[in-house]
Ligand binder design. Structure first.
Ligand SMILES: [Zn+2]
Length: 453
């Protein structure tokens, strides 16, 4: 069996993934989106990274041996604020946003995880875990709030590698009258009548964010499981708090063994932000005609542990490469996946190395191998009809119209005929009328033959 090795953020070492909890079965939890707005491009990175890992795990252990849980946070103050701004019901906002998210991720070739729990469906489990933490002395209630007692857990800070005192000095910790210690964080908070709330032993209220992942991971994957993932912006405090809650409520287990974090995404070398005007959503790119496969390919060209810089130049280059790959693999039945691709991914999910193998397969003229490699990486080029030539074809139609215009005056139609026969040879039907020139790719269309025209 292929040995998968992953860099564990917790130990800061590359470790072998040996599923020990249930031999031959793998459990993976990845923190999902808070659902009140379209996913921006940075939100898509963990979805794509852990999708590649999911595909690898399914390949190595078998599709039925992997449980991949990715949650939806559908109770959150940002959602409440959006509902107040728009006057729309919360359920309508979260439902719509979940639909958008799934559509956008599907466009990027992201498979649906095994389970996609919504936080609001696990409130009972959260209340039970909070009660357990209070019973064990790790949490306390004050003024309708329940707080986690950070200093009751000696290993707090192990994941992010900081001491509690350093955190207090460096972090923006909220000092509140109901806290014993400024580091203590909210497990439960009271809700006013206009906010979503559930009955609990501490009055009507709603959960803090961190407890939801601990409760859902426990319910769906058990006390101990193999991999916990997310963006490295979640490492502190979210993941640190998840560990504290889970290990204190269920000390018989070890929670996640391997912690895996993807680095952040930038745009043209800068942090994506609304104020810089370089903030866009996945849907913005798709609507501007950038295929999901191109976005995915650009993502996979950078190792997950490195900052990913999205640039227009990279997207154009990716589109050219994929057009070449598509022309090579059109109507080709995929062969077996080249073991070098599996090896590259098994070595800490080295997607840039896997892409290098795709280029090798292209050069080696191994069309079935290339088709299999593309499919394995979730780059479903066959499902994309005639996308790579859309720029070329509209430009060529303009060129042909201009050449015809010129030929009308000179009566020399050589250039027009040459362009027409080159297009026909590439499998494009040329329709010329008074209204203009229309180019329609046919079933034998080969975009590679358009290069140089
Ligand atoms: Zn989480």
């Amino acid at each position: 069996m292929v040995e998968i090795r992953i860099r564990n953020s917790r130990t800061r070492r590359v470790e072998s993934l040996e599923p020990t909890v249930i031999p031959g079965r793998v459990g993976m939890y990845v923190c999902g989106p808070t659902v009140y707005d379209r996913a921006h491009l940075g939100n898509a990175r963990p979805a794509v990274v852990f999708d590649v890992l999911y595909r690898l795990l399914r390949h190595v252990y078998g599709p039925d041996a992997v449980t991949y849980v990715r949650n939806f946070t559908d109770v959150d103050d940002n959602i409440n604020a959006r509902a107040a701004q728009t006057g729309r019901p919360i359920a309508a906002i979260t439902e719509e946003t979940i639909g958008w998210y799934l559509d956008d991720m599907a466009a990027l070739g992201v498979l649906e995880p095994t389970v996609m729990p919504r936080a609001t469906a696990y409130i009972g489990e959260m209340i039970a875990m909070i009660a357990e933490l209070i019973a064990k002395g790790h949490a306390y209630e004050k003024n309708g709030h329940v707080l986690f007692r950070v200093r009751s857990y000696a290993d707090y800070g192990k994941l992010s590698g900081r001491s509690v005192d350093d955190m207090i000095a460096g972090a923006r910790v909220e000092v509140a009258p109901f806290k014993e210690d400024p580091m203590d964080f909210v497990l439960w908070k009271p809700s006013t009548d206009d906010l979503p709330g559930w009955d609990s032993p501490w009055g009507r209220g709603r959960p803090g964010w961190h407890i939801e992942c601990s409760a859902m991971a426990h319910e769906l994957l058990g006390d101990s499981f193999d991999i916990h993932g997310g963006g490295n912006d979640l490492l502190f405090p979210h993941h640190e708090n998840e560990i504290a809650q889970s290990c204190c409520a269920h000390p018989e287990g070890s929670f996640a063994r391997i912690w895996m974090h993807n680095e952040m995404l930038q745009v043209e070398g800068k942090k994506m932000s609304k104020s810089l005007g370089n903030f866009f959503t996945v849907r913005d790119l798709l609507d501007h005609g950038i295929p999901g496969e191109v976005i995915r390919f650009v993502f996979l060209s950078t190792h997950y542990s490195k900052p990913m810089d999205w640039t227009a130049r990279k997207a154009e280059e990716a589109e050219r490469v994929l057009a070449r790959f598509q022309s090579k693999t059109a109507r080709v039945v995929p062969g077996p996946v080249d073991p070098r691709i599996i090896e590259a991914l098994a070595a800490d999910l080295n997607t840039p190395a896997a892409i290098t193998i795709l280029h090798d397969l292209f050069k080696e003229d191994d069309a079935p191998g290339l088709a299999a490699g593309l499919e394995f990486l979730g780059l479903n080029l066959g499902g994309m009809t005639y996308w790579p030539e859309k720029h070329d074809l509209s430009r060529l139609a303009e060129d042909l119209a201009a050449a015809r215009q010129a030929a009308m005056a000179t009566k020399d139609f050589k250039a027009v005929d040459a362009l027409k026969s080159a297009l026909t040879a590439a499998g494009v039907a040329v329709r010329m009328s008074k209204e203009g020139v229309e180019l329609v790719p046919g079933p034998g269309f080969d975009p590679a033959k358009l290069e140089g025209l």
